[in-house]
Write a protein that binds this ligand. Structure first.
Ligand code: GAP
Length: 457
């Protein structure tokens, strides 16, 4: 077997994903022409489409499909007291050690225990510094004076914007407990170690939902939300044997959590957290009551004006981390034809059609004889309802491969027969099977295929 074929034998690796992401315009390194900015990434034309669709799928799941959840878009900059109340100023730290010899920097909880106790660098064997706490929040100044009174933070989680608005939303939307508030937005963390592409970055996006419940019902709602979030990934078409639960032990629990489970995904570098489901108890609203001096109790009008601080069940997923998971999960390499040629492989992204950046590509078999015009006409019709691409450059086989690599689930080919009988070829990305469909039935056909999609490979 040739080297080229050998290279194709493995499935997704982080190198392959990073290189495909750049080559096809999913994700670029931030400020690349200046050598790149650590912990920051830019989303290219296919990447932003994919990110938007993942966000839309989550938003639909949380708001459109739940009567008791409403949306919010809070500011990134919040009153600095927020972060004192939330406990982030005091507790949102990572343990940091440096190697005095090679100057490498590590999170103390991510190096082997024997290295830490012997103060020995895992890379070069040099001496490590004492462990010190490092706060992950980015600090800046608001206004012209750079003094302590002007300190402001970039939010490290979107959740707090929801807590400080919870009373506003109850009043404006007449919400009754139990109810939830969903939000998607940027968060920032001064991460010590940012490796593995977009897995852990300093600027990222979260999709968080905070569900407010009566104390005493929190454990039941916690297990309900665990079930719902698991079912969500199944619906999204993720390979479920690549997901597992991890319960936080006492040493792992965040300062606000009574109980916490992560949904972990088997990334190329191993099992890693994808989303956290947390029982935050009454910690957050209790602390905001204390720090703001405002009464944040819920008044239950249906139950003789009973008052209490609600407990909060949080589902917190990284949007950008979800995108990495979707790329890894979709990535496949397949030998396409047995022509006695071991090198005939294709790279294909098997996205669920509902989240694929391009849903359908229309390709004229030839540019001449009116086929290009006919294909453009069909594309113009389809783009009203679908993300529809048009490509007339190069051999048809090569165009299919390009679309496979971008994860386009359907290709429509316009040929000479199309001119005669108004039919087109519909090619399926996953099976590469081709069928003939009448142009007038194409949109409806695609709609059905998207709705009924089941991943088979
Ligand atoms: N509000 C709770 C919270 O922020 P978290 O476990 O720290 O909890 C939730 O973060 C999710 O946000 C993670 O499961 C992960 O998907 C994503 N996330 C956290 N830090 C990240 C980072 N530095 N880069 C990318 N995604 C991150």
């Amino acid at each position: 077997m040739s080297d080229a074929a050998n290279e194709y034998q493995g499935k997704a690796t982080m190198e392959k994903i990073t290189s495909l992401a750049k080559r096809r315009g999913f994700v670029f390194q931030s400020s690349e022409i200046y050598g790149g900015q650590n912990g920051a990434w830019d989303y290219g034309p296919l990447g932003i489409e994919l990110k938007n669709r993942i966000a839309q799928a989550w938003w639909k799941e949380m708001t459109q499909l739940h009567d008791d959840i409403v949306g919010l878009d809070a500011a990134i900059l919040m009153h600095p007291r927020t972060w004192e109340a939330s406990g982030h100023v005091e507790n949102f730290t990572d343990p940091l050690v440096d190697c005095k010899k090679c100057k490498s920097r590590f999170r103390a909880d991510q190096i082997p225990g024997e290295n830490l106790s012997a103060k020995k660098c895992p890379d070069c064997g040099g001496e490590l510094t004492d462990t010190r706490k490092f706060n992950l929040m980015f600090k800046t100044h608001i206004g012209p004076a750079e003094d302590t009174a002007s300190i402001i933070y970039l939010r490290p989680e979107t959740a707090q914007g929801i807590y400080v608005n919870y009373k506003n939303i109850i009043q404006s939307n007449r919400m009754k407990i139990p109810f939830g508030i969903a939000q998607i937005g940027k968060a920032f963390r001064n991460e010590i170690v940012t490796k593995n592409f977009i897995f852990r970055t300093c600027e990222f996006e979260q999709m968080e939902m905070q569900f407010f419940v009566k104390p005493g019902t929190d454990e039941q709602w916690f297990s309900e939300w665990k079930k719902r979030r698991w079912a969500y990934y199944e619906k999204l078409g993720v390979r479920m044997d690549y997901l597992r639960w991890h319960q936080h032990g006492p040493g792992e629990l965040a300062h606000y959590a009574k109980d916490a489970y992560d949904i972990e995904y088997l990334f190329p570098m191993g099992w890693r957290e994808l989303e956290g489901i947390h029982n935050r108890s009454d910690y957050d609203l209790g602390r905001h009551t204390q720090y703001s001096g405002k009464d944040l109790q819920y008044i239950d009008q249906d139950n003789s004006s009973e008052r209490y601080i609600p407990f909060i069940i949080e589902t917190s997923a990284g949007l950008t981390r979800n995108l990495l998971m979707i790329l890894c999960d979709a990535y496949d390499e397949e030998k396409v034809a047995d022509k006695g040629n071991d090198d005939d492989w294709r790279t294909v992204l098997r996205f669920h059609p509902a989240i694929a950046p391009v849903t359908v590509a229309v390709l004229p078999l030839m540019k001449k004889d009116g086929l290009a015009e006919l294909a453009q006409d069909i594309r113009a019709e389809l783009r009203e309802d679908f993300a529809a691409d048009y490509d007339q450059a190069g051999a048809i086989g090569r165009r299919y491969r390009r679309q496979d690599e971008a994860g386009t689930p359907f290709c429509v080919t316009v040929d000479y027969q199309s001119k005669d009988d108004n039919t087109v070829t519909l090619r399926y990305r996953d099976s590469m099977e081709q069928i003939r469909v009448n142009r007038t039935e194409l949109a409806e056909h695609l709609r059905k295929e998207i709705k009924g999609y089941k991943r088979t490979k």
